[in-house]
Design a protein around this ligand. Structure first.
Ligand SMILES: Cc1cc2nc3c(=O)[nH]c(=O)nc-3n(C[C@H](O)[C@H](O)[C@H](O)COP(=O)(O)OP(=O)(O)OC[C@H]3O[C@@H](n4cnc5c(N)ncnc54)[C@H](O)[C@@H]3O)c2cc1C
Length: 436
């Protein structure tokens, strides 16, 4: 490799930050440009009046291999959810847990009638079956919608509608369970070996840590600057197969910069615009997460579990007891909850607040939620790219753009923190090899 080639990374989401760190560790002069004023992309947190609002409810699955490789989990001070969930419907709530990881919840799980005894045994069987498969190969082979897969595995309609639809619908932002079964298998498998958690100071602590690591490795990170154009100079210089890419940068000072390579690690629609690659998926799945305050000590008593809506009605898909899981998410005199609505509900913020009040009132008939105060509403039109069965077979790879331009980002793997982190590793590796 020539001494200190320059590589531009466009985008400071998880993928770009990981790519920047690995490139810098290889001795490359790395310059990361992030369009927004802060890094993190889809993983950001707003801090206001002692509350922390993640920009759309999301969690870290600690069993993801790239999470273990790229993050110092101890310094994130993770606050963990209890395994399983509370399944709610008008007048009734039930707990479904993982008896292997949460023996105290065994009686509640055994007597839970929202799923059948056969389903509970099938969960254990599937767990054994998937534990024996290699995570690396989970995105290979035949694919089908999650719903069909669960039916083929023998799960009852009760299990599918009461638990799988809201739980995996919450993960895939698709309650119809039409999403690729690969997402189900990967998350089911990694959930069995790890936990669901958030950093004590909010999800933004994840990109902050990655940024610190990238800078420590020698990368420069400039926020408030967008990469708006890439021009590839394909001509060999002095007969050598040296390529350069001229990047147009727009920010406080507009300028151009010549780089030996560029890693495009933006959101998928911008990546498609910058690279012209038709294969980058741009259909998105969205959601709305609304945050609420209740007085101190008015927790939902779920034992640090999510509350899933068993019914597909106008109410939220799930309600999250944030401050019960991470007390740092709320001031001492308050309880913080959120509700997530999948897709783009045809309602304003106030109506969503009212719907959540009604849902909670129906699920907890013994309690009154008139004083539930709406604090913040986060509309996320593009949270993940849509992942119908088979889509992962045709996703572009890190070298797909060619000519010194590389692609990182979840859109080269699958839509998740794991996909984004891993894509950064793989893109950096491709650049390092090609510049050698
Ligand atoms: C509400 C929500 C819930 C989710 N739930 C989960 C979950 O529970 N678990 C999970 O694993 N995953 C979840 N995800 C998905 C996960 O967050 C994403 O897959 C991942 O963060 C994508 O990272 P990325 O780096 O590929 O892209 P992004 O996060 O989109 O980062 C791209 C970056 O590029 C920047 N950019 C764009 N254009 C330019 C430009 N021209 N120049 C410079 N910079 C530019 C953007 O500002 C952004 O910072 C969720 C996402 C959302 C939004």
């Amino acid at each position: 490799m020539s001494r200190h080639p320059t590589v531009v990374v466009a985008g400071g989401g998880l993928a770009g930050l990981v790519a920047a760190r690995h490139l810098a560790e290889a001795g490359i002069d790395v310059r990361l440009y992030e369009r927004r004023d802060e890094v993190g992309g889809r993983v950001r947190t707003i801090e206001r009046d002692g509350y922390r609002f993640d920009r759309g409810f999301q969690v870290l699955i600690t069993g993801y291999p790239a999470v273990r490789e790229e993050l110092g989990l101890e310094s994130l001070a993770l606050r963990r959810f209890a395994p399983g969930a509370v399944i709610a419907r008008p007048g009734r709530r039930s707990t479904l847990s993982d008896p292997l990881r949460d023996p105290k919840a065994l009686p509640a799980t055994l007597f839970n009638t929202d799923v059948t005894l056969g389903d509970k045994l099938r969960v254990l069987r599937l767990r054994r079956q998937l534990a024996a498969t290699d995570l690396e190969t989970m995105f290979e082979g035949p694919d089908q919608p999650i719903g069909d897969y669960l039916r083929e595995q023998g799960f009852s309609e009760r299990f599918i509608s009461n638990f799988a639809a809201p739980f995996y619908g919450g993960i895939t932002l698709d309650r119809s369970l039409e999403t690729s079964k690969r997402i189900f298998e990967y998350t089911f498998r990694t959930l069995s070996s790890g936990s669901i958690a958030v950093p004590a100071t909010g999800m933004a602590a994840i990109p902050r840590q990655l940024e610190t690591r990238a800078i420590a490795a020698g990368a420069t990170v400039e926020t408030g600057t967008a990469v708006t154009g890439l021009e590839v100079d394909g001509a060999d210089r002095n007969g050598a197969s040296h390529r350069s890419v001229t990047c147009t940068l727009e920010g406080e000072t507009d300028r151009t910069l010549e780089a030996n390579a560029v890693v495009v690690a933006t959101d998928p629609p911008t990546a498609r615009d910058l690279t012209g690659l038709e294969g980058i998926p741009t259909d998105g799945k969205g959601c709305v997460t609304q945050y609420y305050a209740l007085p101190a000590k008015s927790d939902l008593e779920t034992g640090r579990r999510l509350v899933l809506n068993a019914l597909e009605d106008a109410g939220p898909n799930q309600i999250v007891p944030h401050s019960a899981v991470a007390p740092e998410y709320a001031p001492e005199d308050a309880t913080l909850l959120s509700a997530t609505y999948l897709g783009a509900p045809d309602a304003d913020d106030e109506t969503l607040g009212e719907r959540t009040r009604q849902a909670l009132g129906a699920w907890y008939p013994e309690r009154v939620f008139d004083h539930l105060e709406v604090l913040h509403t986060e509309w996320v039109p593009f949270a993940q790219f849509a992942q119908p069965p088979g889509i992962h077979d045709s996703l572009p790879g890190p070298r797909s753009p060619d000519n010194g331009v590389y692609l990182a980002g979840e859109c080269t793997k699958w839509s998740s923190i794991q996909g984004a982190l891993e894509s950064g590793q793989v893109a950096a590796d491709a650049v390092i090899r090609d510049l050698s």
